[in-house]
Design a protein around this ligand. Structure first.
Ligand code: URA
Length: 245
């Protein structure tokens, strides 16, 4: 597949796309031994690309942080033809076998990682890795303090699973609209865990958004949009998942 040189440099984490363009314009980039200063120049995977005389290592793996809207499945494809998070990616990313790391419900919005790196996914989704996930959950009705304490102490879901959150914070009581906004941080991830925990204290979720995954937040990423993870973020996630075993 042919790609623009500046994009390949950015994907290989040489520099941002803009900075990579500067490198090209300044004649610092060679393709197959020849200096290329044309910005739209296209390369493919077999080309030898050098920056300042040093060959770059082509990034084989992609890592994205998506701000998922509701109404999309967290799968790579759906046999019933429903929209999936992969449909939110640009055309150029649709053919690299990307899939989500873990899952957010169809009706849940927020931070979802997408990658084509199986090891990375296995690390992060393995139950023994304690990655914090923070959710903002709007609940119908006013939740009194006693119920919040009940949530904090842990509740039984699925008949026999004791779900104890890492943290529960009251963010807002909205008397006018009769709703409560909570922040719930989990280190596990049972299917529909937040919804089931809220149901266990007798309430219903109005809407649910994941706002944090370990140290990653949605900062700068609009709903329905995504960004590439920086190489240091990928390394940090790896490091966290290894040390939190
Ligand atoms: N908990 C839920 O109930 N749903 C999600 O999508 C994520 C966590």
């Amino acid at each position: 597949m042919l790609e623009r040189l500046q994009k390949v440099l950015a994907q290989a984490n040489v520099a941002s796309r803009r900075k990579s363009e500067e490198y090209i314009a300044k004649g610092r980039v060679k393709v197959n031994g020849q200096v290329i200063t044309e910005l739209g120049y296209k390369v493919n995977k077999t080309d030898l690309i050098e920056v300042d005389g040093k060959p770059i290592k082509l990034a084989e793996h992609l890592y994205f942080l998506l701000n998922k809207p509701t109404g999309f499945l967290s799968t790579a494809s759906d046999d019933k033809g429903r929209r999936t998070v992969i449909d939110l990616l640009e055309e150029e990313h649709k053919d690299v076998r990307l899939y989500p790391v873990g899952r957010l419900d169809y009706d849940t919005a927020g931070l979802l990682l997408i990658t084509n790196d199986g090891d990375f996914t296995n690390h992060l989704t393995h139950p023994s890795f304690h990655i914090e996930k923070e959710y903002l959950v709007r609940v119908t009705g006013i939740i009194i303090r006693k119920k919040i304490v009940e949530l904090r102490n842990g509740v039984t879901i699925d008949g026999n699973y004791f779900a104890k959150p890492k943290e529960v914070r009251l963010v807002e009581l909205n008397k006018e609209h009769q709703s409560t906004l909570l922040s719930i941080t989990l280190i596990e991830g049972k299917n529909k865990q937040v919804r089931k925990m809220i149901e266990a204290i007798g309430f219903k979720v109005k809407n649910l958004t994941r706002i944090r995954y370990d140290f990653l937040t949605l900062d700068g990423v609009e709903r329905g949009k995504y960004r590439a993870l920086k190489i240091h973020e990928v390394k940090q996630l790896h490091a966290h998942s290894m040390t939190k075993r």
